[in-house]
Ligand binder design. Sequence first.
Ligand SMILES: Cc1ncc(COP(=O)(O)O)c(C=O)c1O
Length: 443
Amino acid sequence: MNDRVPLPASLEQSAFFMPFSMNRQFKKSPRLMARAEGIYYYTPEGRKLIDGTSGLWCVNAGHCRKRIVEAVQKQVAELDFAPAFQMGHPLAFEFADRLAALAPGDLKRIFFTNSGSESVDTALKLALAYHRARGEGHRMRLIGRERGYHGVNFGGTAVGGIVGNRKIFGALVAGVDHLRHTHDLAKNAFSRGQPKHGAELADDLERLCALHDPSTIAAVIVEPVACSGGVLVPPVGYLERLREICDRHGILLIFDEVITAWGRLGKPFGGQHFGVLPDLMTTAKGITNGTVPMGAVFMRERIYEAFMTGPEMAIEMPHGYTYSSHPLACAAGLATLQVYEEEGLLTRAAELWPYWEEQAHALKGLPHVIDIRNIGLIAAIELAPRAGAPGARGLDVHVKAFESGAYIRVAADTIALAPPLIIGKSEIDQLFDIVRATLRATA
Ligand SMILES: Cc1ncc(COP(=O)(O)O)c(C=O)c1O
């Protein structure tokens, strides 16, 4: 295969308004990827980059997997699109049933979306509508958590807790409140796996119940591990306590598993690792290995049943997207599940975990490193911010790593690593060697 792809002469005047990007900085010195294979990206000049963050936490089985590529190619030539409103196509039903068979507990009903953001807003609407269907329409409040990330639609932005993502968009959605985040460097720095201190932070939900009255609260949404907000691993006992408080007050617990699903924590779904079953679970990203946009909300049987009680000639959930259960996404998803199953990828992170943890924590003592966190096949290296310039050091690391042969994500000054689950030990070494050299070279 020809490694070289023609470079655009200049991007500086390009029409493309890039999402979540420093457009002007990027267009002056672009970092482009032209093709990908396995755990590597290749730049247009043919330079090889190890993929340290599975694209955007989504390419769990590695890039351009033959089985998935061929399934999509075949599908696009057979049925390119089929409407999902009052119509259907067989793959959608087959894929939903396959997902339900994999799901924990009775999270057996599936609503398809096209992204994590859509999954989150769908789950929030399902929670409100569920309570209303049961005669508890007074439960209108939604609770998120500081430093949480739940995508960019209005509901997800409102329950999200990253200030920079919220502050320029007005009042967002009424009736939203937030739990405190769980990050505590003073007590938990350099924890391996779940930090010991902080389970009591779940009691913040009791505080909000006392403030608003639990009968007004529909749902609480948290990521089992808050990834985009800097990889905040839940303290031991925290999620269990949140579950218990929700149960006591009739509040639905939503796990946003857009990142933690599909094997990232060594089990098919993140909640399974913690032994906590949510009422609704949002997914996307790895559901199709990132190949075709798709998301899915999993709900417990009683939630689905609550919608199935009215007249049969009524639409039970007036919600959905033109591309919900798109044939290409279903084909990609079915092929992805096959790859995950054949290669044991949904549990592989559990095998790699000890080695991964050792290599991550071996970075302790390098310049600027103030914390290292890890869980499953995720690691975060938090750097001290430069005085008066938060995020600048993180950006420097991102750019230098790209120049040295690794693609890695940073959230402000925290490096977030989550490579494809097919990575081997020598490639883990390669990734950490580049991060180590980059940290030594960063002021
Ligand atoms: C936990 C979580 N929820 C929602 C989203 C939004 O997903 P998308 O970008 O596919 O809309 C993300 C994206 O990173 C995420 O990590």
